[in-house]
Write a protein that binds this ligand. Structure first.
Ligand SMILES: [Zn+2]
Ligand SMILES: [Zn+2]
Length: 140
């Protein structure tokens, strides 16, 4: 299983099967991703290998210890090794190959943003907004 950031600078590889995923809906993960939740998993260090871009990784840490590592060029969250463990945290959105892994745990649902809920008339398209007269209008 290979994965890379948005610009491709930071790339990595995982041996063996990918464990199932969790999603965290806390306010910190929301800010770190810009989305309703992160989606990630943990793999053991022996199954994880950097392919490129380690020197392009920047790290931000809150005083509380919450940490986000990201690509300095494109801002994608990137894997990081958990302190005092043999585990590497891997953001699912970076993975580029098919997997049988699925979301198995949701965390911090009590902190979830209200806007996570879909509107009653939510439009679901298989592709982009081309079939809409205007995406902006559809959001009104
Ligand atoms: Zn990048
Ligand atoms: Zn979180």
């Amino acid at each position: 299983m290979k994965g890379e950031c948005l610009c491709g600078e930071v790339a990595f590889e995982i041996d063996g099967g990918l464990p199932n995923l969790y999603q965290c809906h806390c306010s910190l993960c929301r800010k770190a991703t810009g989305a309703k939740a992160n989606a990630a998993t943990f793999v053991s260090e022996e199954h994880f290998r950097w392919l490129s871009g380690q020197s392009s990784i920047s790290s931000f840490q809150k005083p509380t210890g919450y940490r986000s590592d990201f690509c300095s060029a494109c801002g994608s969250p990137v894997p990081n090794r958990l302190r005092n463990t043999e585990l590497v945290w891997v953001p699912a959105g970076l993975l580029d190959e098919a997997t049988s892994a699925r979301v198995a745990v949701h965390l911090h649902l009590a902190s979830a943003a209200e806007w996570e809920q879909e509107a009653d008339d939510c439009i679901r398209l298989a592709g982009g907004p081309d079939s809409l007269k205007s995406l902006h209008d559809a959001l009104q």
